[in-house]
Write a protein that binds this ligand. Sequence first.
Ligand code: UD1
Ligand code: CA
Length: 463
Amino acid sequence: METPITVVILAAGLGTRMRSKRAKVLHQAGGMPLIEHVAATALALAPPDRVFVVVGNQAEQVETALDGRGVQFIRQAEQRGTGHAVMVCRERLENIPGFLVVLYGDCPLLSAETLRQLIDLEQRSGAAATVITTMLEDPTGYGRVLRDENGCIRAIVEHKAASPEELAVREINSGIYCFRSELLWKHIGEIGTNNPAGEYYLTDIVEILRRNGHAVRPFLLSDPVEVLGINTRAELAAVDRILRERKTRELMLAGVTIEKPETVTIDAQVQIGMDTVIEPFARILGATVIGEDCRIGACSIVRDSRLADRCEVAPFTFVDSSELETGARVGPYARLRMGAHIGAGAQIGNFVEVKKSRVGAKSKSQHLAYLGDAVIGEGVNVGAGTITCNYDGAAKHPTAIRDGAFIGSNSTLVAPVTIGEGSYVGAGSVITEDVPAEALALGRARQVIKEHWARKRKAVKTP
Ligand code: UD1
Ligand code: CA
């Protein structure tokens, strides 16, 4: 029979060392709040009704960040230490048998695989608890692990409370534990506040369990990377870099070409298909999904967007909350936003902005245009400098350009207006009325020629 696993994630602290108005666990690494990384790992071990997040500072925001994951929340109104954070869970959890895994919300690199090994070790050893430890070159700030003659943990001393000999110990407490629930709840009340910070330290449970005749075992990780805790923004940046490296590596192994991967930023949830090429300094963010055989140009940003196969985003282009159908090409220097939808094989060129508009298959707007609140059919040519005047100062109005229409350069389309199928708009026109299908619309002053005007002007000037 599978032993039931319950996970508690401590995430109530503010994280003073971040020097931030925002709670530490809400800061992002790898494009996701720290707490989301930890929750995702927890959910790989236990169902959502067995994952409990202890919240306090900015509790609502932390709960919102985990919206939709189905996990449980327990409030710690006052943050009186990691031991106290577990104590406030007692009422809800003390009758759940099995193993209790405690995670800290500021430790996002930990893998579910390592936690499975931790639980396995705890189960096989029969100890009261197993603690993940590791050796650090510079253990400053971490709790030090003191072993007894049998290799069990005798005590964990916090940096602030450690003696010079204890400070020399390089084995540190990761803050990740697997407890036998029954023993934890039986003894948790014995944790006191007799330390320089006057806090309830969860780490004191080690000595307490020993005093009551139970062993606590270490699970020493040879690679410390997974248990790096974040306390400062410098540590946040270091962890962010590791997460980015993991992501680009994972994508490269799945068949994506990434040029100069160390310059590329790709968020955790992004999906990219085989044989797509990502050029240097690209940023691919949020819930973006990119198909196969695409190319994302240097210094482009693609956020919360969907690209089908064979799309090209040329350099220095910003694609935000938009959609590209198969073979669409945008940029260089284009901006797509608020649900722009570019049809199959359509082309959007340099300095073209497309906002909340649909551009049909094989249509083109290659240079210097603004297309806002527009529905553009298939095979349309939008000339350089075309502007949809969608805003009258009070409200936004739609423009429709039907299939096969040709909009001459520098046209101004004053919405609401419809340009009929197969019609032409002469260059430089201001169009304020609907254009019927197949018609030619001219909305500009006729050209005037004044013969010999320059010579006459000179004659007037000379006395
Ligand atoms: C803690 C450990 C230390 C370990 C280190 C690993 C204790 C006493 N010390 O120290 O041995 O080496 O983590 O990173 O446990 N939290 C609450 N409520 C509170 C206090 C903290 O929910 O009242 C949460 C924080 O939000 C955070 C986590 O617990 O996610 C750890 O707290 P933090 O203050 O960062 O502990 P450290 O001093 O780093
Ligand atoms: Ca910490």
